[in-house]
Design a protein around this ligand. Sequence first.
Ligand code: GLC
Length: 433
Amino acid sequence: MKKTLLIVATLLMNYVGMAQTPYQPTAENLKAREQFQDQKFGVFLHWGLYSMMGVTEWIMTNRDIHYQEYPKLAKTFYPSEFDADAWISAIKAAGAKYITITTRHHDGFSLFKTATSSYNSVDGTPFKRDIIKELAEACKRHGIKLHLYYSHLDWGREDYPVGRTGRGTGRPKEKANWPSYFNFMNTQLTELLTNYGEVGAIWFDGWWDHDNDAKPFDWQLEEQYGIIHKLQPQCLIGNNHHTTPFPGEDIQIFERDLPGENKAGLSGQDISRLPLESCQTINEHWGYSITDSNYKSGKELIQMLVRAAGKNANLLLNIGPEPGGALPSLALDRLKTIGEWLNKYGETIYGTRGGIVGPHDWGVSTQRGNKLYIHIMNCMDSSLFIPTSNHKVKSAVVYGTNKRVNFTKTGKGITLNLDTVPTDIDYIVELSL
Ligand code: GLC
């Protein structure tokens, strides 16, 4: 008896000791974080069986579709227009440096070959193709990084302990089996991190499904994150849990808002010291919506990207590909506009960090070394006070034309004397410090 107690106590101490060891990112991981921050712009892709219904990725729970009926959609999954190269070329030409693709969304269907279940694009559809593999290869060919979205919650599996969504899909509660589901997820994550080359990031979503539980739900995240970092130490982990980052995470995500803003109601959390990423929809939905043509304008999207950079964050801009496999033409149009702009002004965005001048109504600043880029996007006067504090400003020119901008030292900054009221999408003044 004594001996058993001793063993239990030792195991417990080891466990506690383990749990207390703070996560130490490897050198590769720290390097990947810097690269991630340099990239500034990624494209999010929400694609799956739900795309065929044309009413976004929440259709299964929103319409209480039975968990034994929904998977029948897989029998008609045949996106004949899908061309990974076409997607990635358009995304690259837009100036994006990475994609984040839904490998498996809340409906539980996998866009990759998995040994865990035949409910995947290879074994469970007439299409029989591994979407993630084709995208991974296209990304590699075009020098684009591959990030993988992975849903923590599942509206279709019997072993997933039902949370606050997906309650009407008919799964028998008594079949919930967390160890089995946890093992399923970790097996899939292992497949994703073994079969598709280097993965830039795993992007989790769905933690919030259990944020209302009376007894706090244990997702065993540290253990799961440990598996990921062991398989690919450089792989960044982000979790769209809408709170400040948990131990083991490498980036902080904001949904539908820039860090520090909370217009959509999901982003009141404090800003951490981790690299930041803000995800946004190009129209109003994530997954394909047949009635949603309310696309943000090129100007709005460019300004969003610039404001994100000024807040030291990446923009992850979402597109919901069509059921047939093509990217919507309006999305392609917006990508082109952003690409043309970045072609001219990318130097003021890529590889920069939020500048010494904080975000204002008029715009933001980005910075690389002693170059401070003042991005003026909303100014009604031809002169503008820039709070550069005690930093000495050596010169000021209009970015792109190199035309000198006169300025005077005023109080805790300088006043730029612009010739006219700037009306550009983003009028950039380059200051040398
Ligand atoms: C939300 C939604 C999900 C979407 C995600 C993208 O968490 O549940 O459908 O994938 O936001 O940020």
